[in-house]
Design a protein around this ligand. Sequence first.
Ligand SMILES: Cc1cc2nc3c(=O)[nH]c(=O)nc-3n(C[C@H](O)[C@H](O)[C@H](O)COP(=O)(O)OP(=O)(O)OC[C@H]3O[C@@H](n4cnc5c(N)ncnc54)[C@H](O)[C@@H]3O)c2cc1C
Length: 283
Amino acid sequence: MKAADFGYRRPGRLEEALRALAEGEGGAMALAGGQSLMPMMNFRVAAPEVLVDLGGIAELRGIRDAGDRLVIGAMTRWAELMASEVIAAEVPLLARALPEIAHPAIRNRGTIGGSVALADPAAEAPAVLLALEAEVVLQSLAGERRVAAAEFFLGHYDTAREPEELIVALEVPKAGGLRCGFHEIGRRHGDFALAGAALAVAVAEGRMTEARIALFGVADRALRAGAAEAALRGAVVGDGTALDRAVAALGEIDFAGDIHASAEMRRHLAGVALRRAWAEAVQ
Ligand SMILES: Cc1cc2nc3c(=O)[nH]c(=O)nc-3n(C[C@H](O)[C@H](O)[C@H](O)COP(=O)(O)OP(=O)(O)OC[C@H]3O[C@@H](n4cnc5c(N)ncnc54)[C@H](O)[C@@H]3O)c2cc1C
């Protein structure tokens, strides 16, 4: 199948893009890397009246050091993030997740902003942003607002973004001091995960003073596993019994079942992913 007819705009400035979205009155959609939107249009799951191509807006691209945080432009591509030394040094959890996202051809076009806007429950970036307690920066003609990652992802492909808003950046606290681990389980490398875990822990005097666990691929959105975090917090680094308690605490989560995996299987796989992420973080 081919996409339904659509109009096309390629603004050179952010304000023009915001105006085009507002004029579209809900019928306009942003085009970032097109790696999800183009197939969705070809399958006619999406049928925008106007595509607003963000590819010509230089200010939406790149990584800026803002002191205690990095500001990552929404149009920054996966491949650019993978090549970035500042990402590797300051947000190693994100660096660790990037090679798990799709395949090189898709990473050459796909953007972090596109992934966050799409909010696929099995995507890696939302979970990483949750674990890093990042903020999503949104802009419309009415101005700018920030939404914590924890409040941004609302459900299956559903976010707190309004139709006339664009994601302009992700603000990610520097986390080079946190130990991190990441593991996902899928059918093949590059597939969306059946279950995955992103883990960031702060360690002082041999104990985990803070533990953040974000799961993806397990429910209608990426989510923090609060009870599992509590089981790790305060424990001696490398204490396997604390890890056992954390894995058992995943039982509080309402795991989703579908044609790819039952809820029970996802619960099991999330436990395996958490154990492997933990091993990576504590070693
Ligand atoms: C075979 C295949 C495998 C994949 N595997 C994975 C995987 O394992 N993990 C993973 O995370 N992803 C995976 N993807 C998706 C890929 O990472 C996409 O690049 C990403 O999800 C969407 O980014 P994009 O830049 O291509 O956005 P687009 O496809 O251009 O847009 C996606 C949606 O976001 C909206 N949008 C885009 N940018 C903005 C913005 N700045 N503000 C507001 N709305 C915006 C668009 O209107 C559209 O609704 C896969 C894709 C394919 C085709």
